[in-house]
Design a protein around this ligand. Structure first.
Ligand SMILES: Nc1nc2c(c(=O)[nH]1)N[C@H]1C(S)=C(S)[C@@H](COP(=O)(O)OP(=O)(O)OC[C@H]3O[C@@H](n4cnc5c(=O)[nH]c(N)nc54)[C@H](O)[C@@H]3O)O[C@H]1N2
Ligand SMILES: Nc1nc2c(c(=O)[nH]1)N[C@H]1C(S)=C(S)[C@@H](COP(=O)(O)OP(=O)(O)OC[C@H]3O[C@@H](n4cnc5c(=O)[nH]c(N)nc54)[C@H](O)[C@@H]3O)O[C@H]1N2
Ligand SMILES: [Mo]
Length: 753
């Protein structure tokens, strides 16, 4: 039996046979069904190195979005790419090179695209990098201040799901817990246990209350909250618990700081507005009595406040995180088995996984001599405002002047918001170089396109510190076209630029596998077990870590002994009011959890506006596998499906299968119509990830494939975290009765030679 792995799961196959989910996986992802077809689709794979015509003609980027390409040899492509980098560095320095290159690339320890790229760029003198993620930037910046832990460290100690199943009576899932998103694990997974875990809880009679604009598949009760208003609801729950005399004052006194300040805000002593259930109800569009009952039940049960990642991908996204933590502190059950506060259950597979964490080695990237960076979602701001000032995590910083962008293993024309604005920004640098295996919207907006192999075309090792199994990944099919591994591409570029030996250290791919495996064996030894030699592992294909189960309780050590295990916050405790944040004086991130009405929110919308929820797609990982069979079968007339409540659809004159135009002042897109009575009547759900395909239709700009980032807004959560705000977006909708334009992204942009 051969194996391979991906962010959506692991697969077994016999040579020449189909790719089958690992037999030991209890709940395989549907995403894998579209993997092999996407990987072998010659209409979307980049077959040969390609150069943008306008760049060859010296257009300086003016026609970067929408140009055609000429294919060239690898020798020419390597020479042009190395030349462009060398010239940029010589003329402007390495501070003019942007290598932030955010994106998920693929699983597999050695062929991790960004690691290979950073190793190369660091040897070339470095580049401007990026901080934080599109997933949870607000948490990455906030948690160190309010919890004294990085987001990663907090995830590492997240209370294990089996403990929740055993002890928790009431799970409040703010933003839901969905099997849709629990398909995925960054770096690869061999198992999917969130679905079975939720079933176990439901069977036991645990109440799982989902606070969400969309009913998911995991909860037992649904509170259909207006998007963007969770902070108001969480504050009201805290207020009602306190007003009923049910706040755990002993917990607050021993484990938190700033309670008095926060309490004065809750009661209205500070601002004249008590944050009662009656106050929150009209903001959140919930019944005040439902909020009061929930407050009483939370305080009277063993309860867990679980916040989903998506909540903080919004304007003021720091607030629901912090308000959830404050609510859990008032309930006072943090640090006990199965109760307290969690972030991200179900947002990906391994959050709360009861598995031992093993710090496996990775490809060394060297050191980046350039210390400049941007918060990841400020890419368009950076390109549009070189030299401009912005705030981030307590600092005032200056945007660099970028002349060359190198992107590997990510798709900004998928992941960024307001893509029409990004297109404008993207024309500014002199050169854009992209490595990818597919003609994504980003590859179609590069000057030099370097075709990388896809994961099914190569061997690698699945080693994920959060996963209980190691797999030897075998090649499933031969490389399509002339694709080369990213490692080989950067090795050739390094050779061209005169530091080939430093890049390879004399090793070929086999040599690096041996290098990684030797270090893995050492790591295993320090964790009390032995790995087989590489050849045996390769022959067997699979190694299951012994005694892999390990349960943890978030903040358990701190609660057991808050003096000995003080948190690394300003007070050593959980900060319910934070003096450092407060002293920054930011209007968009005050010093304690605060309700602020987002700029785009149904509380202030026109009657014909809807809230756009653009969550993760069920059929693919972001934009990956969008041209595979599973994603294609889910589309309507080849377009992404937008879901509407049946009553809403009827009012708009829409039936399932129609086409709809969604629009706002930033853009417009077409989507198919699907009905969902588990969605609020004032919301539209359009998943992310359909390949961005903007066209001019009847003289107006129209994205024709159903990409929500044609509509979303590109501002930071606040000047503290600067995270993306994809979920704060209002749109209008109208039936599309015109001709449905052909897609352009289903054929390569290459000129016939
Ligand atoms: N509206 C809206 N926007 C969102 C979100 C949302 O919820 N709503 N979610 C956001 C979030 S949380 C995230 S994480 C981002 C995700 O954004 P991305 O991570 O940028 O999305 P992916 O489609 O996974 O892009 C990975 C790219 O890597 C390429 N790739 C895969 N393997 C390899 C390889 O081996 N070598 C090379 N060179 N390339 C490879 C793939 O072809 C693909 O183009 O999107 C964000 N954008
Ligand atoms: N199938 C699949 N799974 C994935 C991914 C994928 O591409 N495909 N991507 C992975 C990645 S990179 C990430 S970061 C995670 C993200 O996982 P999450 O952040 O947990 O999920 P999203 O789908 O991004 O967020 C959308 C959901 O958030 C909720 N929501 C949105 N706005 C609001 C709001 O204002 N209030 C409330 N209460 N709820 C709201 C809704 O329930 C909506 O369904 O998913 C991962 N899992
Ligand atoms: Mo993400």
């Amino acid at each position: 039996m051969k194996y391979t792995s991906s962010h959506w799961g692991s697969y077994q196959f016999e040579p020449g046979g189909p790719l089958m989910p690992l037999a030991s996986d209890p709940d395989p992802s549907r995403i894998g069904r579209g993997w092999a077809s996407a990987s072998q689709d010659r209409q979307s794979r980049i077959l040969r190195p390609a150069i943008r015509q306008g760049w060859l003609d010296g257009d300086k980027g003016r026609n970067r979005c929408g140009d055609s390409y000429v294919e060239v040899s690898w020798e020419r492509a390597i020479s042009l790419a190395a030349g462009a980098l060398g010239d940029t560095v010589e003329a402007h320095g390495n501070g003019a090179v942007f290598g932030g290159s955010y994106g998920w690339s693929s699983a597999g320890r050695f062929h991790h695209a960004q690691s290979q790229m950073r190793r190369f760029l660091n040897l070339a003198g470095g580049c401007v990098s990026s901080r934080d993620t599109y997933s949870h930037a607000a948490a990455e910046v906030m948690f160190p201040h309010i919890l004294g832990l990085s987001n990663k460290a907090f995830q590492d100690q997240m209370t294990a799901m089996p403990l929740v199943a055993e002890h928790c009576e009431l799970l409040l899932a703010v933003g839901g817990i969905s099997r849709r998103t629990a398909q995925i694990t960054s770096s690869g997974t061999t198992t999917h246990e969130v679905g079975p875990w939720l079933e176990q809880m439901r069977a036991k009679g645990t109440r799982i209350i989902e606070l969400s604009p969309a009913r998911g598949d995991g909860a037992t009760e649904w509170l259909s909250i207006r998007p963007g208003t969770d902070t108001a609801c969480l504050l009201a729950l805290a207020y009602e618990i306190h007003a009923a005399g049910l706040a755990d004052e002993a917990f607050l006194a021993r484990y938190t700081s700033g309670w008095e300040t926060f309490r004065d805000y809750l009661t209205g002593a500070a601002d004249g507005t008590p944050k009662t259930a009656d106050w929150a109800a009209p903001i959140c569009d919930l019944d005040a009595q439902v909020i009061r009952d929930l407050a009483r039940d939370l305080a009277g049960s063993k309860s867990m406040i679980a916040v989903a990642w998506g909540l903080q991908r919004a304007e003021y996204g720091e607030q629901p995180l912090w308000a959830g933590l404050a609510l859990a502190s008032i309930i006072g059950q943090i640090g006990q088995p199965g109760t307290g506060y969690a972030f991200g259950y179900g947002s990906t597979t391994p959050v709360g996984r009861a598995a031992r964490l093993i710090p496996w080695p990775s490809m060394p990237q060297g050191r980046n001599p350039v210390d400049d960076y941007i918060p990841v979602a400020r890419i368009a701001d950076m390109l549009l405002n070189p030299g401009g000032a912005y705030k981030y995590d307590g600092e005032t910083r200056i945007y660099p002047d970028i002349k060359l962008i190198w992107w590997t293993g990510g798709n900004p024309f998928h992941h960024h918001q307001d893509l029409n604005r990004l297109e404008e920004a993207w024309t500014r640098p002199d050169t854009v170089i992209v490595n990818d295996h597919s003609w994504t919207a980003t590859a179609r907006r590069a000057d030099i396109v370097l075709p990388a192999t896809a994961p099914l075309e190569r061997e690698d090792i699945l080693m994920n510190r959060r996963d209980p199994t190691l797999l030897w990944m075998s090649r499933y099919h031969a490389p399509v076209g002339d694709a080369l591994d990213d490692h080989e591409i950067f090795a050739r570029l390094s050779q061209q630029m005169g530091f080939g030996d430093a890049f390879t250290e004399g090793r070929d791919t086999e040599g690096w596998f041996a290098w990684l495996w030797e270090r893995s064996q050492e790591v295993a030894k320090t964790h009390g077990f032995a790995l087989p030699d590489l050849n045996s592992f390769r022959a067997e294909g699979r190694f299951d870590i012994p005694d892999a189960a390990e349960t943890r309780i978030a903040l358990g050590d701190f609660v057991a002994d808050p003096e000995a295990n003080a948190l690394a916050t300003e007070s050593g405790r959980i900060t319910l009011a934070n003096e450092w944040i407060g002293a920054l004086g930011l209007p968009n991130c005050p010093g304690h959890p605060t309700w602020m009405e987002p700029t785009e929110c149904l509380t202030r919308a026109q009657p014909d506006e809807f809230h756009l929820v653009s969550g993760q797609p069920d059929t693919r990982l972001h934009s990956q596998n969008d041209r595979g069979s599973e994603a294609l079968a889910d589309k309507i007339k080849g377009r992404e499906a937008a879901s509407f409540h049946p009553d809403t659809a009827a009012a708009l004159g829409l039936v399932a299968g129609n086409m709809v135009r969604l629009y706002n002042e930033r853009g417009a897109c077409l989507a198919g119509v699907r009905l969902n009575d588990g969605l609020r009547r004032d919301c539209v759900f359009l998943p992310t990830g359909a390949w961005f395909d903007p066209q001019t239709v009847n003289g107006a700009r129209l994205e024709v494939h159903g990409n929500p980032n044609a509509l979303t807004r590109d501002v930071g959560c606040s000047e503290l975290s600067q995270g993306n705000t994809a979920h704060s977006c209002l749109v209008r909708a109208e039936k599309w009765t015109g001709v449905v334009p052909d897609l352009t992204i289903d054929t390569p942009p290459v000129k016939a030679s």
